[in-house]
Design a protein. Sequence first.
Length: 180
Amino acid sequence: MRRRYVFLTSNGHKFREAEELFIEEGLALEWRRGSYPEIQGDTLEEVAMAAAKALEEGVFIEDSGLFIDALKGFPGVYSSYILKTIGNEGILRLMEGVEDRGARFESVVAYRGRDEVKIFKGVVRGNISPSIRGSAGFGYDPIFIPEGHARTFAEDYAIKKKISHRVKSIKMLIRYLKEM
Ligand code: IMP
């Protein structure tokens, strides 16, 4: 019998990024459109783990964020709220005159197995761009330039699909599911 995997998220971009990787591996992925209660935690792992405990077997969630070195990891676990309030313009304003542009995206997948929650974490390092550039992707993609590249994720979505934090965490999940 074919197993059923379900991604619980309200974000269609996240779902499509994950679905593509599942399809490449010959697995089907169902989209459950919805949100889950998020506790106020210090790390993405804490937030994702707490939420995944309430899920049924075969369902996973993904919590992600942008962590800027010069801002001591801000917006981090507050990424969603900060994007909604000050947005990419606000982040660039906070970074005005700041030389160290280093940042990372983190993606934490929490998969509810039969007896436990499994956590998979993907990270991609890069730099905050001096301006908002590109229209592909979503969220902070227009201000994030991955390490070793010159264009933002929103300008070069093909690169995002190869090396992003989410590609890494979802691939780890798929490897785990295939080995089960
Ligand atoms: P959450 O995991 O849905 O709470 O997302 C946290 C915030 O980070 C949201 O505002 C997202 O738009 C943003 N975000 C998450 N993943 C990405 C990404 O791959 N690119 C750009 N922004 C992202």
